[in-house]
Ligand binder design. Sequence first.
Ligand code: MTE
Ligand code: MO
Length: 184
Amino acid sequence: MALRAFFVALLLCGIAGSPLKAACPGGASTSFTVTGDVQKRAVFDLRRLQGLPAAQANITYFAAGSVTSQAFTGALLWDLLNNSPVGGIVTDPNVKNDILHKIVIVTGSDCYQTVFGAGEVDPFFGGAQIMVAYAADGQPLGTDGFARIAAPSDKAGGRFVSNIVNIDVEDGGSRAGGRPPWSR
Ligand SMILES: Nc1nc2c(c(=O)[nH]1)N[C@H]1C(S)=C(S)[C@@H](COP(=O)(O)O)O[C@H]1N2
Ligand SMILES: [Mo]
């Protein structure tokens, strides 16, 4: 009987305390890490973010069915990845336009995620002014955390990841690791 209660408790713990849930508590972020295929991993807080060249954009977008207009201030995602301390995305010079293989995965404290293509934000290619914003209408972002994505040409707010806790650069190319997908 006691053994049975133990296994029931174990099962309940397994469901309630799943690792994913524990890793995604949500709430306002105060710093994020930059990881993956970058010259140097880094931790950003508000002060560090404000140290990058400032960008501004007035953005009108749909959020949960209603239109919102906000003046965002922040750093361009491209600038953040290419200035000190991160110092650039690591690419293989032997792979033609390897930058176009890279994806930038932005994760919020609730594990909400959006992926951007490096080619989309690279000024040589898409040049999208995707921003890591730290203010809206001149005010800190409050419950959206210290930093949030703002995507000027997006129609809806889905990619505006709030409460950023990580920005990760990975090789999203089908030849990641030198193996095309059809050979895996
Ligand atoms: N971390 C996180 N960011 C998020 C979301 C989320 O669930 N978690 N929802 C997205 C969606 S679907 C929209 S429409 C906007 C809503 O932004 P708002 O709450 O400022 O209107 O935030 C986006 N950013
Ligand atoms: Mo949304």
